[in-house]
Design a protein around this ligand. Structure first.
Ligand code: APR
Length: 170
């Protein structure tokens, strides 16, 4: 398993799957969620809307992952996952964030994917401290029972790339 850090707009990556940092409705939003929906086109929203609700308004509970095609994206698939909102770190956030990476890898395993790119889940609007989020990401992927041959941590800017590199070097 090769773990790499790149600074890029994840919607440009021609990998088997990109991971979306979504919200529980799976009906789009801002940040990377908005960028992915814009780049994929309206078919992505239709595919998300078609996914069954587990509770009213919830198609993907926090810590879980759902799969859709990538449609207009270079990536074949989008793995939608919902990270925890940061509430100071004592409300189970680290475990829920780790669950996002595990659930995403489990879907990639089912599909036999060779390459998956992750954004910094929860490290934007959801307020998870970036360095802590990078540590959870790297540790969870490294410790996972299975991971694709290529895992990309896609940073949207130098600061996040630095946090990933620190976490990889640790
Ligand atoms: N490519 C890669 N990374 C990106 C991109 C992009 N095009 N756009 C933003 N990011 C980065 C952000 O800089 C941040 O480091 O993705 C990381 C996650 O930030 P958010 O997109 O805000 O996601 P999150 O913090 O998990 O919050 C999720 O925001 O957009 C809404 O619908 C989404 O309600 C959900 C919430």
């Amino acid at each position: 398993m090769a773990l790499e850090v790149i600074e890029a707009d994840i919607t440009t990556l021609a990998v088997d799957a990109i991971v979306n940092a979504a919200n529980e409705s799976l009906l789009g939003g801002g940040g990377v969620d908005g960028a992915i929906h814009r780049a994929a086109g309206t078919e992505l929203l239709a595919a998300c809307r078609a996914l069954p609700e587990t509770l009213p308004g919830v198609r993907c509970p926090t810590g879980e992952a759902r799969l859709t095609p990538g449609f207009g994206l270079p990536a074949r698939w989008v793995i939608h996952t919902v990270g925890p909102v940061w509430h100071g770190g004592a409300s189970g956030e680290p475990a829920l964030l780790a669950a996002c990476y595990r659930a995403s890898l489990a879907l990639a395993h089912e599909l036999g994917l060779d390459s998956v790119a992750f954004p910094a889940i929860s490290a934007g609007v959801y307020g998870y401290p970036a360095s802590l989020a990078a540590q959870v990401a790297v540790r969870t992927v490294r410790d996972a029972p299975w991971a694709p041959p290529q895992v990309v941590f896609c940073a949207f800017g130098q600061a996040m790339a630095g946090h990933y590199r620190d976490a990889l070097g640790a």
